[in-house]
Design a binder for this molecule. Structure first.
Ligand SMILES: NC(=O)c1ccc[n+]([C@@H]2O[C@H](COP(=O)([O-])OP(=O)(O)OC[C@H]3O[C@@H](n4cnc5c(N)ncnc54)[C@H](OP(=O)(O)O)[C@@H]3O)[C@@H](O)[C@H]2O)c1
Length: 156
């Protein structure tokens, strides 16, 4: 099962200056709860956006994709020079794509499930999530909270 997990503003923004453009502790907890115990796959920028003291994300197999050869990561973190190779290796396991924009864009057509946090803000950022094609995806679950909503999409 390949899932995408992401927080998106009302204008589709997900990042600014290689960081999250908001501070929503409830969303970080949600992210932790959903991904706990599973493999998480991310691009090099997203890996580097996580403060060193918080990475690798604990209790999860951290997988980083970069085209850089000999990219150095801590022990227990896996690096792939090819996204397809990483997806192939984890195709029989639960794998969560955790960003960023370039990795979301390359995996949204391959994913089985989307975990979207809708952030009820318009944000002046530089990184955006691809369109969620409503011909392909349907809302399966929604929890509205104060300032954000947790929404799950599955295939129609
Ligand atoms: N709102 C959210 O939920 C959320 C979640 C995660 C991230 N973000 C935000 O997203 C932004 C980062 O997104 P981004 O698009 O700039 O970067 P990214 O997707 O995290 O990483 C991009 C890098 O991944 C590597 N890569 C991409 N495709 C590859 C492939 N097919 N094979 C091998 N390596 C590949 C390349 O690394 P090399 O250049 O090293 O080759 C590329 O430069 C940040 O602002 C971050 O805060 C937001």
């Amino acid at each position: 099962m390949l899932s995408i997990i992401v927080a998106i503003s009302q204008n589709n923004c997900i990042g600014k200056n290689n960081a999250l453009p908001w501070d929503i502790p409830e969303d970080l907890k949600h992210f932790k709860d959903i991904t706990n115990g599973h493999a998480v796959l991310m691009g090099q920028n997203t890996w580097e956006s996580i403060p060193e003291k918080f990475r690798p994300l604990p209790n999860r197999k951290n997988i980083v994709v970069t085209r850089e050869k000999d990219y150095k990561v801590p022990e227990n973190v896996e690096v792939y020079n090819s996204l397809d190779e990483a997806l192939e290796k984890y195709k029989t396991q639960d794998l969560f794509v955790v960003g960023g924009a370039s990795i979301y864009a390359q995996t949204i057509t391959k994913a089985n499930k989307l975990f979207i946090t809708e952030v009820h803000q318009f944000v002046d950022g530089d990184t955006f999530f691809p369109e969620i094609d409503k011909n392909v995806w349907q809302e399966a679950r929604r929890e509205d909270c104060n300032g954000f909503s947790f929404v799950q999409y599955s295939h129609k």
